[in-house]
Design a protein. Structure first.
Ligand code: ZN
Length: 223
């Protein structure tokens, strides 16, 4: 696996590679497709830094743990420490906006959920967070009006908009920072719209965020 590092506006960033804090069920249409209730407050989980890989490189998915689903999500790169922050501090701490896949071993996750056990193995495995290069907040435009798209072998599977987040980015960062300090180099994934599905070896994926990020990648297997 090649070493992951952050990149903002085409330049390697000096920020450390940290944890990835994720929110589940932040789009009503996705909560519904998995038969989950719409939560009254954000559902948080964390992927370790070892989950990060470059989305532009071929994606290696585990083969021995059942289905591996794609979830296409807007990602926010943190540039300043946030602890119990307010929205103004949160806005000032955004160093970049990108697009990531929250890879999920769905069969394993369902099994763990049924047993009321934590999801970590299903969401935090090595390579579980393929991440694009970031665009600086000055260049991305309105972060709450970004189209989030994934096509699989030429078929559009996910086509949502960040306007439809149940908890928008700034209140989400405020909420997260009450539990977990966000450090420079951490990433926050902001939830997936509907249309998630299984990946197969040989799939060609086209992933985009708004007008600024568009990339192609492919899926490989690994033991
Ligand atoms: Zn997700």
């Amino acid at each position: 696996m090649t070493e992951y590092s952050h990149n903002v506006d085409g330049v390697p960033a000096t920020l450390a590679v940290g944890k990835v804090v994720c929110v589940g069920r932040n789009f009503a249409d996705h909560a519904k497709e998995l038969n989950n209730a719409i939560p009254t407050e954000p559902v948080l989980f964390i992927k370790p830094s070892t989950a990060l890989v470059n989305l532009e490189m071929p994606i290696a998915i585990p083969l021995n743990f059942g289905s591996c689903h794609f979830e296409t999500e807007m990602a926010v790169l943190i540039g300043d420490k946030l602890t119990c922050c307010d929205e103004r501090q949160a806005a000032g701490a955004i160093a970049g906006v990108g697009v990531a896949l929250d890879l999920t071993l769905r069969d394993l996750q369902s099994e763990l959920k049924d047993k009321r056990l934590p999801w970590e193995k299903a969401k935090g495995f090595d390579g579980a967070c393929p991440m694009s290069a970031f665009v600086s907040p000055q260049n991305i435009g309105d972060i709450q009006n970004q189209q989030i798209r994934l096509s699989q072998n030429g078929v559009l599977q996910q086509n949502g908009n960040s306007a439809d987040m149940l908890t928008p980015v700034l209140p989400l960062l405020v909420y997260i920072s009450q539990f977990f300090s966000l450090l420079p180099g951490d990433i926050v994934l902001t939830g997936t719209p509907a249309g998630v599905g299984p990946l197969a070896i040989g799939d060609r994926l086209e992933v985009s965020l708004g007008d600024m990020i568009k990339l192609e990648t492919e899926v490989l297997g690994r033991d």
